[in-house]
Ligand binder design. Structure first.
Ligand SMILES: [Zn+2]
Length: 139
């Protein structure tokens, strides 16, 4: 638990609830299709690859690379006052899907595209944790 002002809690939809439940256990789990065996994100009621509605949330490696990133210098919500500058990034997982997330554990200006990253989790409170990514070197 950080000593910063807590960020807003996630508000899971029925489709994303298993994702957030796994995150609370510090696991990254994404929907994986039973028919074509592909992962996807964000969670939805059917596979975007083959439209099958048979799937289950399965753990992924948590390893990926920075696909794209921006640095926020402006405070849009009070909870982020002590966080600026912070990095919002699209991380491409080894399993394929891209997640909109934060890069933490390094200076914002040092974040680069294609940089190898791995998942880590920020505990907001007893009920919620948010998947984020940090440089793989810092493990
Ligand atoms: Zn499928």
């Amino acid at each position: 638990m950080s000593d910063m002002t807590p960020r807003p809690k996630p508000r899971p939809s029925p489709e994303s609830l298993p994702y957030w439940q796994a995150a609370r256990e510090h696991q990254l789990a994404l929907p994986k299709c039973d028919a074509c065996e592909k992962f996807w994100f964000p969670p939805s009621a059917s596979c975007p690859h083959c439209l099958s509605s048979q799937f289950s949330f399965s753990p992924v490696s948590g390893l990926g690379k920075v696909f794209s990133h921006v640095t926020f210098h402006r405070v849009y919500r009070a909870a982020f006052t002590e966080r600026v500058p912070y990095v919002v990034a699209l991380v491409e997982l080894e399993e394929g899907p891209r997640l909109l997330t934060n890069i933490v554990g390094m200076q914002a200006e040092d974040v680069r595209c294609d940089m190898p990253v791995q998942v880590c989790f920020e505990d907001i409170d007893a009920d919620a944790s948010i998947p984020q990514f940090k440089p793989r070197e810092s493990c």
